[in-house]
Design a protein around this ligand. Structure first.
Ligand SMILES: Nc1ncnc2c1ncn2[C@@H]1O[C@H](COP(=O)(O)OP(=O)(O)OP(=O)(O)O)[C@@H](O)[C@H]1O
Length: 597
């Protein structure tokens, strides 16, 4: 835990050295102020007593002391306000810096992490106020040092009055430390335990707030059901947390009573000592004040130590997230990265899949079983099959998102595990059925597949012409620059089929050797589908194309059709061959034939 704390300090130092220096220097300097105040108070009381009893009539010194006290109030207030802004600035910087680290991490963990609910819980936990959580231990530590300085001064002052006062002032810290530490741990465990539930509550809020889901919630009258679920989670969570707080607070009241008892004992002792030693009223007041301050500071330190230990649990959680493995195939190492032409050569001899098996994490059964096939360069291959037969999973493995559980995939002679993701994707493009609808312009939605060409308007328009996006763009107020979706102001929402044409354009925009389309035309009307497919076949003449389709009229255009069933390849061959075979493909084709007659 201490190691993680040290790592967080190093990180803060790296981001802004000056904050660390200033915060240590000024907060420690700030620690001397109560002592100076106490010292002035003592002189003031003695001077005032002398003035009242007629032993001294010098009012100037009293006024000077009052002015000095006023000056200290101003210094204290300025320092605390300055620290507020300074700390907020630092928190903002940390949020920014750590936010970037988290986003980089999210994009570089192996893709299969997104199959694991505990990964989402972890994300949810660390995304909450990480900046302030990072600064807290540093601030707490400095404040603890600041308190130690005050404690040393109070102890040396009280020692001259009576040594036992020190004991009475210090002993109160032990129960505070034990209880705060215990409850710090309990709160963290609660926080960790509840992150899954709270994520569900947030998910429900998201369902209510999203245009897409709210329509079904309204239509199916799901409001009460989902609201009830949300209420249960939130209320149970609140109740459990308050139960922990109540227990902690009851114990805190016990600690306060204990320190009150010690204080009363000390008062008796002070009165006795003052009488024996014949000390002044000023001494009496400052002794009581010192004792109070000592108790407070000692208590505060144990509270701060417990807080530091508690914060370190959150910081450890953060670093455990940051330490997740990264997809090492995706590591960018400029020196050995292949050039575009060299990476093209990976695809020059086609793709060969050998005895491929795949099992999803947390799943007991294999989704893909003993899959083997070869795709020659420039070949057009359609993959067809029932829902859930494993088509999309196979595609995700081919583009390197999932690693095969067993078996091998070769691009030319290179096994997929030896190829960097960057090289693999440089010359391969894929659009999935759940493609992203970016809330940006049409232009960006198309050119996001090849950012180097994002300003190439001509290329964007050419692609738009093929996919039919040009017709949509004519209707849009700012043409290709119109923002789509509902996030940005002045955006326009478009139909499912129009979105699909845009996604298809994105795939076509990238100049890649291999193009993979997972149900690219599912939302298109049959006329658009056939026309787009005809043009698509023309454009990809010089490329290798793999596409999944439930429409047999599209599939038949491929050179070869792979038929999948329950994670296995059951048939393979040209349309003519499979029709003659009168097997699975024949049945699927025949059942759809009437659509096209
Ligand atoms: N993330 C996942 N975790 C566990 N199992 C999954 C996951 N995704 C898919 N599966 C399972 O793997 C099987 C194959 O799914 P896949 O999406 O590859 O099928 P598909 O052939 O593309 O189906 P469709 O035609 O409906 O798109 C399904 O039975 C599904 O339940």
């Amino acid at each position: 835990m201490i190691l993680y704390l040290f790592r967080s300090f190093k990180m803060i130092y790296k981001i802004k050295k000056s904050w660390l220096f200033f915060t240590i220097f000024f907060r420690i300097a700030n620690g001397f102020i109560p002592l100076i105040e106490l010292w002035i108070l003592q002189i003031l009381i003695n001077k005032v007593t002398m003035y009242i009893t007629g032993n001294n009539d010098n009012l100037i010194i009293i006024v000077k002391l009052i002015v000095f006290q006023f000056f200290i109030i101003i210094v204290k207030s300025s320092l605390s306000n300055y620290f507020n802004v300074f700390d907020t600035k630092m928190e903002q910087m940390l949020d920014y810096y750590l936010g970037e680290i988290i986003m980089n991490k999210l994009i570089s963990v192996p893709y299969y992490y997104y199959e694991i609910p505990s990964f989402y819980n972890h994300q949810y936990r660390i995304l909450n106020n990480y900046g302030s959580r990072f600064l807290r231990p540093v601030k707490n530590l400095v404040e603890a040092v600041q308190n130690i300085i005050s404690i040393v001064s109070y102890i040396s002052f009280l020692y001259f009055i009576h040594w036992s006062l020190i004991f009475l002032g210090v002993v109160v810290a032990i129960p505070t430390l034990v209880i705060q530490y215990k409850y710090g741990n309990k709160k963290f465990a609660f926080h960790k335990d509840q992150s899954g539930k709270l994520r569900e509550a947030n998910y429900i809020i998201g369902l209510f707030g999203s245009k897409q889901s709210t329509k079904e919630i309204r239509l199916f009258k799901l409001r009460d059901k989902l609201l009830q679920r949300w209420k249960e989670i939130v209320l149970t969570n609140n109740k459990k947390y308050i139960r922990i707080l109540n227990k902690q607070n009851r114990l805190s009241v016990g600690i306060d009573a204990f320190s009150g008892l010690l204080y009363a004992l000390a008062l008796v002792l002070i009165v006795y000592v003052i009488k024996i030693k014949k000390l002044s009223v000023g001494n009496f007041v400052t002794t009581i004040q010192s004792l109070k301050e000592l108790q407070f500071s000692v208590n505060r330190i144990s509270f701060l130590v417990a807080l530091i230990l508690e914060s370190s649990l959150y910081i450890k959680d953060f670093f455990e997230f940051i330490d997740y493995e990264i997809d090492n195939k995706g590591t960018i190492n400029e020196k050995i990265q292949l050039s575009l032409d060299n990476s093209r050569s990976i695809f020059s001899k086609g793709i060969s899949v050998e005895n491929l098996y795949y099992k999803y994490p947390l799943s007991d059964t294999y989704t893909l079983n003993n899959i083997s096939f070869v795709i020659k360069p420039k070949e057009k291959v359609a993959i067809v099959g029932d829902n859930g037969s494993g088509k999309s999973t196979l595609i995700k493995i081919l583009v390197g998102l999932y690693q095969p559980t067993q078996g091998k995939i070769f691009f030319s002679e290179k096994e997929i595990r030896e190829i960097k993701d960057d090289d693999l994707r440089k010359n391969m493009t894929a659009i999935f059925q759940d493609f992203v609808k970016f809330a940006y312009s049409v232009k960006e939605n198309i050119a996001f597949s090849d950012l180097d060409n994002i300003t190439n308007e001509e290329k964007i328009k050419n692609v738009g012409l093929i996919s039919g996006v040009d017709k949509l763009v004519e209707k849009l107020p700012k043409g290709y620059d119109t923002n789509l979706g509902k996030i940005l102001p002045n955006s326009i929402d478009i139909s499912g089929g129009e979105w699909q044409k845009i996604a298809l354009s994105r795939a076509l925009f990238k100049n890649s050797n291999i193009i993979i389309l997972d149900e690219p035309t599912a939302s298109l009307d049959p006329k658009s589908e056939l026309s787009i497919f005809n043009q698509f076949m023309e454009i990809v003449k010089e490329k290798t194309a793999i596409f999944i389709s439930h429409r047999m009229a599209s599939a038949r255009m491929a050179d070869r059709i792979i038929v999948m069933k329950q994670g296995e390849i059951v048939e393979e061959g040209s349309h003519e061959y499979l029709m003659k075979k009168k097997g699975e493909y024949y049945n699927m084709y025949e059942s759809q034939a009437s659509w096209y007659q």
